[in-house]
Design a protein. Structure first.
Length: 263
């Protein structure tokens, strides 16, 4: 029997989603707890990979259980899992359905704050920047859906079969105090490091280090920028995944609080 697990996690304590032999990961932690429950190895297949320190407000994975079980798996998993991983729903699906390949779109949110805060710093990226040109940044964001080849903002393009992504939505929100920002983007797929590199370039536009025209040339692959330092990981959330056959609400987590004044 095949199931989708609808989960969320705080990524600050993990070296990303994908299992690694000598580092804690979200996938490895879930597989370990499933083995404790079912007394056998169960491989989980996620809807995508998140880097070290990146969070997920909404994430889906699929598992296959050979024999039917007669207990509350959601309750038991949440009891075994650490507090930084939560299971929201367990949904029985057809054998052919897959959490990664069937996803039609994914949405990410990136949160920035421009003032030092000892609590907020865990969930949003702190940048000590002044006099950002928000109008220029918003114009830069509006350019993103006009392009579909994002090799220029891919950390390791050779790891992908191709670098084509269809971005359907991208927007920058700034709060009334101009001290907090939210960049949101939706596409059918994303490349490794793509969003954090986009945010890095948007901040360079905002500080005047590069012009709108330069950013446009980067997106058009007419200009190769050697300095591809990505934005910090802790401000990034996988915040939505859509499927043609699943309709569940995005849970209310810390990112929902971060959106206050930024939507």
């Amino acid at each position: 029997m095949k199931y989708f697990l609808h989960i969320g996690y705080y990524g600050g304590n993990y070296h990303g989603w994908q299992s690694q032999p000598n580092a804690p990961t979200v996938q490895g932690t879930i597989e370990e707890k499933l083995k404790c429950i079912f007394k056998t190895d169960i491989t989980v297949f996620g809807c995508g990979r998140t880097d070290a320190g990146v969070h997920a407000s909404q994430y889906f994975l699929n598992i296959t259980i050979k024999e039917a079980f007669n207990f509350d798996l959601k309750f038991r998993l949440n009891k075994h899992l650490p507090n930084d991983i939560v299971v929201y729903d367990i949904i029985e699906v057809e054998e052919r359905q897959h959490a990664r390949y069937d996803a039609t779109s994914r949405t990410y949110d990136y949160f920035i704050h421009l003032y030092k805060d000892p609590v907020l710093g865990k969930y949003s990226s702190y940048y000590e920047l002044e006099n950002l040109d928000f109008d220029a940044m918003k114009k830069a964001v509006a350019l993103i859906p006009q392009y579909n080849n994002f090799e220029a903002v891919c950390k390791q393009p050779h790891l992908h079969n191709h670098t084509i992504c269809h971005v359907t939505h991208a927007k920058l929100f700034v709060d009334a105090t101009e001290q907090r920002l939210r960049f949101t983007i939706t596409a059918n797929r994303f490349l490794r490091g793509m969003i954090r590199l986009l945010v890095s370039f948007l901040l360079r536009v905002g500080t005047g280090k590069i012009t709108l025209e330069t950013f446009k040339k980067i997106l058009a692959e007419q200009l190769n920028i050697q300095d591809k330092k990505p934005a910090f990981a802790n401000g990034l959330y996988l915040s939505g995944v859509t499927y043609p056959y699943i309709n569940v609400a995005i849970p209310t987590d810390v990112s929902a609080l971060l959106k206050n004044g930024l939507k």
